[in-house]
Design a protein around this ligand. Structure first.
Ligand code: SF4
Ligand code: SF4
Length: 241
């Protein structure tokens, strides 16, 4: 028993003390900053998802490949800020000259402030987003400290977190899982595939009709979405500071 205590003492406290204020590796490509003189047509010339427009860079489409920064470093630079999520699809567009997205205003009803259960549906993604979702439960990120649990059954879920572009073969399974979640239920989109179709947006093998019928309350960009982006976004809608 004494040896067990010694081993536990040696391990120390491995969870990131406050993931909402965690430092991030400088190499992490987070929130981009665009020069006011950016040329969106030039930038789209190297962007695999056509993420640029006159309005700026659409983080819902961006797969964070870094091609634009490598080719036009004077027009765009990726900071290491992991807090990039929105409650509105349109607010995911990073405007030239801006250094943050508009704040998330949506809040869950008070009964979800201390307990929020989520069912993941992977609808044709590459599994990297799901791996990062699973990592949210590891000892570093420890999302369950906030009362957030990933559950296996939609009957036990308050929300559905969608990853992947929604392949045609997964469209009906997604709709059935959603219908099995008791109301009130909430939809969260994580990763470029779920938000915009990502690199699969033009594929005939996807069917995104589900998203025409149901509105998401939270959009978490990334390819994949980083656990810190996921934890900070979900805790924000729960009202945790
Ligand atoms: S980092 Fe994003 S915006 Fe830049 S080229 Fe890649 S996908 Fe496009
Ligand atoms: S967003 Fe990127 S990491 Fe996530 S499922 Fe799609 S391709 Fe994979």
């Amino acid at each position: 028993m004494f040896e067990l205590f010694k081993a536990r003492f040696r391990h120390g406290y491995q969870a990131i003390p406050n993931p909402l204020k965690a430092g991030m590796d400088p190499a992490f490509p987070g929130l981009p900053v665009l020069d006011k003189q950016m040329d969106f047509e030039l930038l789209n010339g190297v962007c695999p998802t056509n993420a640029f427009s006159e309005q700026g860079c659409d983080l819902g489409k961006c797969i964070f490949c870094g091609a634009c920064e490598r080719k036009f470093p004077h027009m765009i630079h990726f900071s290491n800020d992991f807090k990039m999520a929105s409650d509105d699809r349109q607010k995911l567009i990073m405007a030239p000259g801006a250094n943050s997205l508009a704040p998330i205003e949506f809040r869950l009803p008070s009964q979800f402030r201390r307990s929020f259960t989520i069912r993941n549906v992977c609808a044709g993604g590459c599994n990297a987003c799901e791996m990062e979702l699973a990592a949210c439960n590891n000892v570093n990120f420890d999302i369950s400290r906030y009362g957030i649990e990933m559950v296996a059954s939609p009957r036990h879920a308050d929300a559905l977190i969608l990853t992947g572009p929604i392949s045609r073969s997964m469209a009906s399974a997604l709709a059935e899982t959603w219908q099995a979640i008791p109301e009130p239920r909430y939809l969260i989109l994580a990763g470029a595939c779920a938000i915009s179709g990502g690199i699969f947006a033009e594929s005939p093998a996807i069917d995104r009709a589900f998203l025409k019928h149901w509105e998401a309350c939270l959009f978490i960009p990334g390819c994949p979405a980083h656990p810190l982006s996921i934890v900070s976004a979900i805790t924000q809608i729960m009202g945790i500071k």
